[in-house]
Design a protein around this ligand. Structure first.
Ligand code: CDM
Ligand code: ATP
Length: 286
């Protein structure tokens, strides 16, 4: 068996998501919030490099400053897969971050989903997408979406998916330079938690909103400033629990033009929409 294991590093993308809207429609008995949201994949991605080990160890070679290897979602994803399947193989992990942490782009969750999908193939596990999504939910609320791998209307705490077709084009994404801690937004007294539910067929991007945006803007005025600057060009909105804000453009030239006007001190990038996760084929559909 050991002869069949590739001893080379292999690189896999972990793309970001945007929440095109995010409504909070209720709360579970355990305090977790029930959401409705459209999740959009975009082509800005972290890079996860993996190398299979025969000795069963899971080793992180470049831990992110401030995130001990044991807490890193990539390491936790690999260990969870071992525990669930009894797989005796291990893995070396290197993570190159391009997605800002605490940006609402789902970077940590996407890193975890990429490890689940890639090891499903590299370790020869052949777990179904449904099984990987259930494992992913134990790591974070956004992980099942990335394993699902297609733009989706997402409900529950992030585990119920309906595929949707979303506008194709480019998003200008601004990072206001602050880290918004997700629990602080979910825990705020003034968070709206009773937005009426909508059906996936009734999505109107003009009337939907991000219920977390007013709280994030109150706690972090930099988020409001970035959103207001971007609103000069197109309707702008916050993603996830912040801090990033985004605006859509169907035109590549127009989105480049908006970015070219960005004040020097503000970080921003442009990303294209993608319809399917690059590792979509790494899990089987039953
Ligand atoms: C805001 C979103 O990014 C939308 O995509 C996600 O719902 C947040 O997902 P996440 O960052 O993966 O969050 P997790 O790491 O699962 O949870 C962080 C904390 O946020 C709170 N939390 C999270 C998700 C949720 N639906 N309700 C919550 O109340 C919980 O206190 C939890 O302990
Ligand atoms: N591989 C990882 N990459 C980034 N963060 C990680 C990773 N592993 C663990 N974390 C932890 O997860 C936290 C959230 O990071 P992440 O980049 O996912 O935030 P986010 O984009 O706001 O996520 P979301 O949109 O799901 O709220 C980090 O502050 C860090 O402590």
């Amino acid at each position: 068996m050991i002869e069949a294991i590739s001893s080379d590093w292999q690189a896999f993308p972990a793309p970001a998501k945007l929440n095109l809207f995010l409504h909070i429609v209720g709360r579970r008995a355990d305090g977790y919030h029930l959401l409705q949201s459209v999740f959009q994949l975009i082509d800005l991605a972290d890079t996860i490099e993996l190398r299979v080990r025969a000795d069963g160890d899971v080793r992180h070679h470049n831990p992110i400053p401030g995130v001990p290897a044991e807490h890193d979602l990539t390491v936790r994803a690999a260990r969870l897969l071992q525990a669930e399947t009894g797989c005796a193989l291990g893995v070396d992990i290197r993570v190159t971050k391009y997605l800002p942490m605490g940006g609402g782009l789902g970077g940590g969750s996407s890193d975890a989903a990429t490890v689940l999908l890639a090891l499903n193939r590299l370790w020869g596990l052949d777990l179904s997408r449904r099984r990987l999504m259930a494992l992913g939910l134990r790591l974070g609320a956004d992980v099942p979406f990335f394993v699902f791998g297609r733009n989706a209307f997402v409900e529950g705490i992030g585990e119920i998916m309906t595929p949707v077709t979303t506008p194709e084009g480019w998003y200008v994404v601004l990072h206001p330079g602050v880290h918004v801690p997700t629990p602080a937004i979910f825990g705020a007294a003034d968070l709206v938690r009773d937005t009426p539910p909508i059906a996936p067929d009734d999505i109107d991007y003009a009337t939907t909103r991000n219920d977390m945006e007013p709280v994030a803007c109150r706690l972090f005025p930099e988020v409001a400033a970035a959103r207001d600057w971007l609103s000069q060009f197109a309707p702008a909105r916050m993603t996830g629990s912040g801090a990033c804000v985004f605006a859509f453009s169907a035109s590549q030239t127009e989105s480049a033009c908006v970015l070219s006007r960005l004040p020097d001190a503000t970080a921003g990038f442009r990303a294209a929409t993608i319809a399917q996760h690059p590792l979509y084929g790494f899990a089987s559909d039953e």
